[in-house]
Design a protein around this ligand. Structure first.
Ligand code: FER
Length: 181
């Protein structure tokens, strides 16, 4: 499935954006869990225009730089809504290279294995810190008006899920390190 298509439709549902804005969004919070390269974004925009799901108006930015400002068409809005409402089979298949190494851990020396797990633990703790800081900032900015209908609400949900995942991962790493002793 072309998931990038829906990521772009979702961004344009929030507000009109240029190609540059869309690429920038993938460098922000969205890019923390859904990545896309410039080389994918621009062809996808072209395709979505051809399919009648988005349209653009040409605007002048700065002196005379012409930019395409994209927005959803009515069809595009319906397409996004259809995808949001669809009950898809849960994707349990995410690839994790560290799990692959874990599966083959018995081929390592114990001290090497502990090193591998300790390194992973440091990175996961760092990630958890970063997530906690971002959540703190989000809460400080929006605590009183984190409404269901605001884009920040979705950001909040994604962040809290990532925090729970990292906490669980850290707990498991620490337990596994104890097992190895
Ligand atoms: C953010 C939104 C999401 C962020 C991180 C994430 C650090 C991570 C999500 C994930 O790992 O699933 O603003 O900032």
């Amino acid at each position: 499935m072309r998931v990038l298509k829906y990521a772009i439709l979702g961004l344009l549902e929030q507000e009109k954006r240029t190609g540059y804005d869309i690429a920038a969004a993938f460098k922000g919070a969205l890019g923390q869990f859904w990545s896309a390269k410039h080389s994918q974004i621009y062809p996808e925009l072209k395709k979505l225009v051809t399919e009648g799901l988005i349209e653009f108006e040409t605007v002048i930015q700065g002196e005379k730089l012409e930019k395409k400002l994209y927005s959803l068409t009515v069809t595009g809005e319906a397409e996004l809504k259809g995808w949001m409402q669809r009950l898809e089979a849960v994707d349990f298949s995410h690839k994790d290279e560290f799990m692959l190494k874990t599966f083959f851990i018995s081929s390592m020396e114990k001290e090497e294995a502990k090193e591998l797990f300790s390194n992973q633990l440091v990175s996961r703790k760092r990630k958890l810190d970063e997530l906690g800081r971002t959540l703190g900032e989000l809460e400080a900015e929006f605590s009183s008006n984190m409404l269901f209908s605001s884009p920040e609400f979705g950001h909040y949900l994604v962040l809290t899920r990532a925090i729970e995942r990292e906490k669980g991962y850290i707990q498991w790493l620490e337990r596994s390190l104890q097992f190895m002793d």
